[in-house]
Design a protein around this ligand. Structure first.
Ligand code: ZN
Length: 141
């Protein structure tokens, strides 16, 4: 069994179990993966990013302390845009690539992609840093 963090086109996030990665892909292709909250059929795996490379924007977001929500949203939006524009989308290979970069078996670079809940836990236990890309409600209008 494999657990994924999923997100629908309306911005709902939830976790769901699948037999394996192929089972998710098959069910998604057939349109039978629907949002647990609203029943929306446009469901995707939530993206994880970045593995190692920290951006200046990420530092700003972390060091900002308790910014007002609007300011924080702007920071997160800038951070996400920076990741999506500059980092490499490694898709389902996120955990594998993050591990290679961590152990210096691959060039250090910004990456983002999907990881299962098991992979996320394993990466965290190995001390590999990453974070989920922020979900920004205004993108779903
Ligand atoms: Zn939904």
């Amino acid at each position: 069994m494999i657990q994924y963090s999923l997100r629908c086109s309306q911005g709902h996030s939830y976790d769901a179990w699948f037999k394996n990665a192929q089972a998710f892909d098959d069910q998604q292709a057939r349109g039978i993966v629907v949002c647990a909250v609203c029943g929306d059929g446009q469901v995707e795996k939530a993206l994880m990013a970045p593995a190692v490379a920290r951006t200046d924007n990420a530092k700003v977001a972390v060091s900002a302390g308790h910014p007002d929500p609007a300011q924080l949203r702007q920071l997160l939006k800038a951070f996400k845009q920076k990741v999506l524009s500059e980092a490499e989308n490694v898709g389902d290979r996120f955990a594998e690539e993050a591990r290679k970069i961590h152990y210096e078996e691959a060039e250090a670079r910004g990456i983002y992609g999907q990881a299962s809940r098991d992979e996320v836990v394993a990466l965290a236990e190995e001390g590999i840093e990453f974070l989920p890309l922020p979900d920004l409600p205004e993108e779903h209008n």
